[in-house]
Design a protein around this ligand. Structure first.
Ligand SMILES: *[C@@H]1O[C@H](CO)[C@@H](O)[C@H](O)[C@H]1NC(C)=O
Ligand SMILES: *[C@@H]1O[C@H](CO)[C@@H](O)[C@H](O)[C@H]1NC(C)=O
Ligand SMILES: *[C@@H]1O[C@H](CO)[C@@H](O)[C@H](O)[C@H]1NC(C)=O
Ligand SMILES: *[C@@H]1O[C@H](CO)[C@@H](O)[C@H](O)[C@H]1NC(C)=O
Ligand SMILES: *[C@@H]1O[C@H](CO)[C@@H](O)[C@H](O)[C@H]1NC(C)=O
Ligand SMILES: *[C@@H]1O[C@H](CO)[C@@H](O)[C@H](O)[C@H]1NC(C)=O
Ligand SMILES: *[C@@H]1O[C@H](CO)[C@@H](O)[C@H](O)[C@H]1NC(C)=O
Ligand SMILES: *[C@@H]1O[C@H](CO)[C@@H](O)[C@H](O)[C@H]1NC(C)=O
Ligand SMILES: *[C@@H]1O[C@H](CO)[C@@H](O)[C@H](O)[C@H]1NC(C)=O
Ligand SMILES: *[C@@H]1O[C@H](CO)[C@@H](O)[C@H](O)[C@H]1NC(C)=O
Length: 499
């Protein structure tokens, strides 16, 4: 049985693109003061075409509401039930019979997460973790569900030490007595390593060593990519580096071909004063880019094309969670099912259907260099052919008369004229996309609801026709070239990897 799975997985790898496509799921935490009832939750999941969820328990009403929906469900053994299950196969069998057997197959339970971040949050239960998984698996086998329902346990990525360069990563050796039998269990049962990946925290902890762009999957200049000198693999985002670190740490213990499923990843949309990067735009950027990255089946530099299915943390903002403001603001929706922000997902399929990419704006990036903004503004109003007449003195968008405000107006007009195409909100890195309508008073930005920008008047006067535009104009559209570059680079390294 185990051999068969290994063989199948090898075949998937050798075919380069696993025939199993990666999916995006969501975690459903329930610490809300106005927690919607299970039928409302399921209605939201259906409206958003979310087909994979993870529950933090095995709530009866939730499992019943999910019946006959086609939604795939990962249920959890809460940490406070773990000790009992790990110490007694009868307790484990009883748990399976009460929480699983009564619901399948109508409710499509596909995995059981045994505990949550046990090694780091409940280390005294670590010695019985693998027993608990074994007992639960045995109970499933006895019910003929052994191959349909996978058993695993989500880990905090902090158990991986020295995660960069990924090729040198290893699991904290204190946990070898648990990790070795655990990986053996995952391999022989055809299960997968569950990993929680939080570039937000990696970025926060790195205090400057990790750039925000690298954490948010934003395009990087090739010189800013992180290169693993042992493997010559290029990393363009923290997420891939952490997943590859897990693959390498696993192979250091002599296990290969254990797939990784990311059980939690996300970005908070709001924080307190000590969490300045927990913003709507960053959360939107991270989750939008994450979803596109996953659904594209990009895989990671180490295993290109191998699915890394990922559950976003999380469906709802959980206002009852203790801790800093960010703790309550990881959700995609509020308790009424209203999106906290509108994901930008054009062209990446149907999941999370509130795709209103058309309601985005391009504005000057906060903290951007003033000179670069001015140069970009000059370019937009000149060669970029944006009608900047509204920026002239006495016109609606003249006030406030700052380069940031004027540049935002021009960038947005250009971005909308270019139909919000990829790379048209870049301007050498001084522009950024936002979902907040920057219009004010009678100054209406392009793309604002009910309006549209006016463009293409080549004779329009730039507000600061004085300053010179230096360098080649096309440099402001560098991301097109940039993509071409990265594709080429990617190809070179691919080729290198296969030679
Ligand atoms: C529990 O384990 C004992 C001994 O290992 C075995 O005899 C018994 O059948 C098991 N019970 C269940 C419910 O699996
Ligand atoms: C449950 O999900 C699996 C995996 O996608 C699928 O093969 C199976 O048909 C589903 N079962 C039901 C009852 O929907
Ligand atoms: C490794 O795990 C042990 C046991 O939990 C912990 O005390 C130690 O701090 C960890 N090492 C590192 C470098 O995180
Ligand atoms: C992995 O395999 C190598 C070569 O067989 C061996 O030297 C090493 O001790 C093994 N490592 C572990 C953790 O089992
Ligand atoms: C999608 O995958 C292709 C190759 O499979 C890759 O060239 C491209 O960069 C990927 N796009 C994203 C957004 O990850
Ligand atoms: C967005 O989601 C809400 C709530 O699920 C739904 O009622 C609405 O129809 C969706 N809008 C679009 C444009 O899909
Ligand atoms: C966005 O605009 C494009 C082009 O105008 C249109 O084809 C698409 O349907 C729009 N999408 C939404 C969600 O309104
Ligand atoms: C833009 O506005 C003009 C005039 O108000 C209108 O005729 C045109 O259809 C609009 N274009 C779009 C794409 O909405
Ligand atoms: C372009 O601007 C000129 C001068 O401001 C104006 O006369 C002309 O009508 C404009 N053309 C369009 C298409 O708006
Ligand atoms: C244009 O340049 C002149 C001389 O360098 C300067 O005095 C003037 O203020 C500039 N005008 C604008 C609008 O920047």
């Amino acid at each position: 049985m185990g051999l068969l799975f290994v063989a199948l997985f090898l075949m998937a790898i050798s075919a380069t693109c696993a025939d199993e496509a990666a999916f995006i799921g969501v975690n459903i935490g329930t610490a809300l003061s106005d927690m919607p009832d299970p039928t409302q939750v399921v209605a939201l999941l259906k409206a958003q075409q979310i087909r994979h969820v993870r529950l933090y328990d095995a709530d009866k009403a939730m499992l019943l509401a999910l019946a006959n929906t086609g939604i795939h469900v990962t249920v959890s053994v809460p940490n406070d039930q773990l000790l009992g299950i790990g110490q007694s196969n009868a307790t484990a069998a009883n748990w399976v019979s009460r929480n699983i057997l009564g619901y399948v197959p109508a409710t499509n339970i596909t995995a059981i997460a045994v505990g949550s971040e046990v090694l780091t949050t409940l280390p005294n239960a670590a010695p019985i973790l693998v027993s608990a998984m074994n007992f639960i698996h045995s109970a499933l086998v006895a019910a003929n569900l052994g191959s349909r329902i996978k058993v695993s346990t989500p880990h905090a990525s902090s158990i991986i030490l020295d995660p960069f360069p990924p090729s040198q990563a290893f699991f904290n050796r204190s946990w070898d007595p648990v990790m070795v039998p655990l990986l053996k269990f995952l391999q022989t049962t055809g299960s997968y390593l569950m990993l929680n990946v939080y570039p937000y925290y990696d970025y926060m902890k790195a205090s400057g060593a990790i750039s925000l762009d690298y954490a948010l999957f934003r395009p990087l200049l090739p010189t800013k990519e992180a290169v693993d000198l042992n493997t010559l693999l290029h990393y363009t985002n923290v997420f891939d580096a952490v997943v590859d670190a897990a693959y390498f740490a696993t192979s250091y213990l002599n296990f290969t071909n254990i797939p990784v499923v990311v059980t939690e990843s996300g970005w908070p949309s709001k924080g307190d004063s000590s969490e300045p990067d927990a913003t709507l735009d960053n959360a939107n950027t991270y989750n939008s880019n994450l979803i596109r990255h996953i659904l594209n089946n990009t895989g990671t530099p180490k295993h290109p094309g191998i699915a890394v299915s990922t559950y976003i943390y999380e469906l709802y903002n959980e206002d009852l969670r203790p801790g800093p403001v960010s703790e309550k603001n990881w959700g995609l929706f509020d308790g009424n099912g209203v999106p906290v922000y509108i994901l930008r997902l054009t062209g990446s399929g149907t999941v999370l259907a509130n795709d209103t990419t058309n309601q985005t704006y391009c504005v000057a990036r906060e903290g951007a260099d003033k000179k670069m903004l001015q140069a970009a503004l000059d370019w937009a109003c000149g060669p970029g052919k944006v009608d900047c007449s509204s920026l002239l003195q006495g016109q609606p968008c003249y006030e406030p008369d700052t380069v940031v405000d004027h540049a935002s107006y021009a960038f947005d007009a250009y971005y909308h004229r270019m139909a919000m195409g990829d790379g048209t909100c870049n301007f050498n890195g001084v522009a950024t996309i936002t979902t907040t309508d920057p219009s004010r008073g009678s100054c209406i930005f392009a793309g604002s609801v009910g309006r549209n920008g006016t463009f293409t008047n080549t004779t329009s006067v730039a507000p600061s026709s004085n300053s010179t535009v230096s360098g080649s104009h096309s440099s402001f559209l560098c991301s097109k070239d940039f993509y071409a570059h990265t594709v080429l680079l990617g190809f070179v390294f691919w080729t290198a990897a296969y030679l």
